[in-house]
Design a protein around this ligand. Structure first.
Ligand code: ADP
Length: 463
């Protein structure tokens, strides 16, 4: 990468130098050309001042030092008709063609002076011509120098251009090297840090760099690693919860199975000595089997609610008829426990799954009956508050001790295991209720006083 950055940098630099060098040469050449023209014009003006047009012009021109051969300057004097009177480089000037149509002569006639660049037909060389109309306007003085266009200046400028190119290039090579290092070094360091990702608990220490984009890599990596850590923790937590759930579930199932097996063995070994005992054992087997069914139903229900894999059919559920029907079906249980149920129900319809609503009420009401006292009461209120449906199930039962208040929604948690089991509880009822409430974005809270009773309040938004 460093090499590539370096190479591209140098290519761009050389192109830029060539480009700016060319522009520079053209501009300088233009300036030099203008300067040469002015100098040539000055010579002509001085000559005009010093020439005696009445004497032999040829002789005077040859005597002029500035026109010495090494200057390679050609001087021509023409009359205003364009006829060559004198030419210091052409001896047979009288045979020369009329120069009136030459560009520089035309300009001098019109503006007093003029210049042109072209190939001289007479000398067969590229020349720069400057002409000047004499002060008496009867002669045109013309000076010409060999001129090969910009190339001639380039030859003069080339050493300095090459020198400055060389110096710039060396400086740029040093700078390019440093510049590419400022990018590649951080990248090496960052990739070194990134190797820590392999570790279980990577502690990154990215240095702050000059380029914010590079710092971004460090920041993003840290954030990514944090996010991965969080989700790993979550996955691990969920795995543990699931594991605990399966352990508890199998433990819960083992208990009825063990007692069923126990009764069967008693029966097999003819331990039931009379018909009554036999009936008793059979009834216990039946009760345990029933408990197992309830437990399995609850386990299935909770795992369905957790995995959310079943499609929930939503309909308009009228709460009062649902609760009335439920209370009627629980009358025998209430009777067994000497508990009376009161109901105060405002007609409310909510968009929900009928089965889930039934489970919600059923678990709360059954608990209110189970954990009640003989002669106790259960009060059910269904009402509306703003956009919320409110379900209250209140009892005058045993209450929940403070130390258990935090835990009653946990799966398989029971305050009094013996009492719960005796009443056919699975320890999953409130957990199921909480799941259902959450599913409808609702809340559940309770207030309980030991020995006095418990009041559960559910709020579910109605849309
Ligand atoms: P269970 O099947 O044991 O009833 P739940 O999840 O429904 O399981 O309830 C968990 C525990 O919370 C119960 O074992 C019980 O100790 C306590 N509990 C629930 N409802 C009441 C209530 N209305 N009054 C007193 N205790 C209750």
């Amino acid at each position: 990468m460093k090499k590539a950055i370096f190479k591209n940098f140098i290519i761009i630099l050389i192109l830029a130098l060539l480009f700016s060098g060319s522009i520079f040469s053209i501009v300088i050449s233009d300036v030099l050309l203008d300067k040469t023209k002015v100098n040539m014009l000055n010579i002509l003006q001085i000559m005009d001042q010093s020439l005696d047009y009445d004497s032999d012009l040829g002789l005077q021109i040859n005597e002029l030092n500035i026109l010495n051969d090494h200057n390679k300057a050609r001087l021509t004097i023409l009359d205003s008709e364009g006829n060559v009177i004198v030419d210091n480089q052409v001896s047979e000037h009288l045979n020369m063609e009329n120069h009136l149509q030459r560009k520089e002569i035309q300009k001098a006639l019109k503006e007093g002076y003029g210049s042109a660049r072209r190939r001289s037909g007479t000398l067969n060389k590229s020349m720069l011509y400057v002409s000047y109309m004499s002060k008496n306007k009867d002669y045109i003085l013309r000076i010409a120098m060999p001129f090969n266009g910009y190339v001639s200046y380039l030859v003069i400028l080339l050493p300095s251009i090459l020198l400055s190119l060389g110096i710039t290039l060396i400086l740029s090579l040093i700078l390019a090297n440093r510049f590419s290092s400022t990018i590649t070094k951080p990248l090496y360091e960052i990739s070194e840090e990134l190797l820590k990702l392999k570790e279980d608990n990577p502690e990154f220490s990215f240095k702050p760099y000059e380029y914010s984009e590079l710092n971004l890599i460090g920041d993003t990596t840290k954030r990514m690693a944090d996010a991965v850590k969080q989700s790993m923790k979550k996955i691990e937590f969920e795995r543990m919860v699931r594991q605990e759930f399966f352990t508890n579930a199998s433990h819960e199932l083992k208990t009825p199975i063990t007692s069923i097996r126990g009764y069967i063995e008693l029966l097999e070994n003819n331990m039931a000595t009379n018909e009554e005992m036999k009936k008793e054992f059979m009834a216990r087997i039946k009760k345990e089997a029933l408990n197992m069914t309830v437990l399995i139903d609850d386990i299935l229900m909770i795992s369905r609610l957790e995995t959310k894999e079943v499609e929930v059919v939503i309909t308009q559920v009228r709460i009062c008829p649902l609760v009335t029907e439920l209370v009627a079906s629980l009358k025998p249980l209430a009777g067994e426990n000497d508990v009376t149920i009161e109901m105060n129900c405002k007609p409310i319809t909510i968009n929900a799954n009928h089965g889930q609503m039934k489970d919600l009420f059923s678990n709360l009401i059954v608990n209110a009956i189970k954990y009640n006292k003989p002669g106790g009461k259960v009060k059910i209120i269904v009402t509306k508050e703003g956009n919320n449906a409110i379900f209250i199930v209140e009892d005058t039962g045993v209450g929940i001790p403070d130390k258990s208040k935090q835990r009653i929604f946990e799966r398989f948690y029971r305050v009094d295991k013996g009492r719960s089991k005796k009443m056919g509880g699975t320890g999953l009822g409130l957990s199921i209720v909480k799941h259902i409430v959450n599913y409808y974005n609702g809340t559940i809270e309770f207030d309980s006083q030991i020995g006095k009773g418990t009041k559960f309040t559910v709020r579910i938004p109605i849309d």
